[in-house]
Design a protein around this ligand. Structure first.
Ligand code: PRP
Length: 178
């Protein structure tokens, strides 16, 4: 759906075109072996389903739940796993699929956690990157769009659980009047 009250930052057409490019690029980078795509719930599930279908090779998909407290205010956000993976990662090429990298606290924690499971390789694809907000270092191999420090919603991103099902990525610097 669309919300005419919200300004569009990245249109659905641009999102889908960029995902097709990422699918081609990532598929070419992993010509062989098992590729595990790990979706970080909840926001990234929209991106995961489109990206997996843009891939030109077989993939496994799995889901991980994370909750973070204190993120964005201090450099010491506390991260907890609320749903762990179903599939073992030992010896596999692993691609973490995120909707947005903001402070980097979530992905910095996850990279350390998943490295301990001995994957053959471990990389990140993020649809959006807000580099200005970084508090912890994270290397994001594949980035859909680098965006300025604006509060964005849509295509999986929420404000108080609302707006995830917008087709476009929109700016919500203030909660609009209803
Ligand atoms: C968002 C996003 C990342 C994280 C990035 O998730 O999906 O997981 O924040 O922020 P960081 O770089 O500052 O750690 P959120 O906690 O909003 O959960 P959700 O996906 O369920 O909405």
């Amino acid at each position: 759906m669309t919300d005419p009250k919200l300004p569009v930052l990245i249109s659905a057409a641009k999102i889908q075109a960029r995902i097709r490019e990422l699918g081609e690029q990532i598929s070419a980078d992993y010509p062989n072996g098992h590729l595990h795509m790990i979706c970080i719930l909840k926001g990234a599930c929209f991106f995961l389903t489109d990206l997996a279908r843009a891939m030109k090779r077989d993939v496994f998909v799995d889901f991980m739940g994370i909750s973070t407290y204190g993120r964005g205010k201090t450099s010491s956000g506390e991260v907890k796993v609320t749903k762990d993976l179903d599939i073992e990662l030992e010896g596999a090429d692993v691609l973490i699929v995120e909707d947005i990298v903001d402070s980097g606290v979530t992905l910095n924690y996850l990279m350390h956690l998943l490295e301990q499971r001995n994957p053959k390789s471990l990389r990140i694809v993020a649809l959006l990157d807000k580099p200005e907000r970084r508090l912890r270092p994270v290397h994001v191999t594949y980035v859909g769009f680098r965006i300025p420090d604006r509060f964005v919603v849509g295509y999986g991103l929420d404000y108080a659980e609302k707006y995830r099902n917008l087709d476009d990525i929109c700016v919500l610097d203030e909660e609009p009047a209803t």
